[in-house]
Design a protein around this ligand. Sequence first.
Ligand code: DER
Length: 217
Amino acid sequence: MPADTEKRAAAQAAAQLVEDGMRVGLGTGSTVAFLLPALAARGLRGLRCVATSTATEQRARELGLAVESFDRLDRLDIAIDGADQVAPDGWLVKGGGGAHTREKAVAVTADRFVVIVHAEKLVDAIHGPVPLELMRFGLPSTLRRLGGRERVRIREGWPPSPDNGVIADLEGPVGDPAEVAGRLAGTVGVVDHGLFAPELVTEVIVAGPGGVEHRHQ
Ligand code: DER
């Protein structure tokens, strides 16, 4: 089954989880690109949506979804987003699209964080690269403390994040994602990283040749 068919199936399944009046976090990426029209087609009333990127915000508004600033909501009923990798223990890698900082802020705010992926995103173990958002201020110092430019590749030509961060990738093996996540979170100059802990994730909806599977964490 082509990837887009599977992405659409996972996205449509997630769209069914949204109800009238919900506060909804909208992720970023090509799988979410299928979620937005599926959600709009439901014709739900009173939705309040928060977007994790300008691309998602623009597309959601085009489809008539009510998008508002994340400054006005301190809690969300559900957030739905894609992932780059999903491991059996529930660890995710996100940030292929460079939106992981805002995506994580939305995910932790939601009562339910639902991840939508096609089967190719399933991995036996988390591996690099791990996306990073780095503070522009003192970037050379941060790079040195992360192991230098051979370990951290800045995405050349990539636009800064909406919060003016530099998007990069930590190359090399990950080993224990919890250890790497803790080390990155404790590194001054790292705004956030693309490792999402299993505790963040409520459910992973996986679409594959055999159909759509809901995996509750
Ligand atoms: O960049 C991101 O965090 C995206 O959500 C990514 O993890 C999934 O993007 P995709 O749906 O285009 O594969």
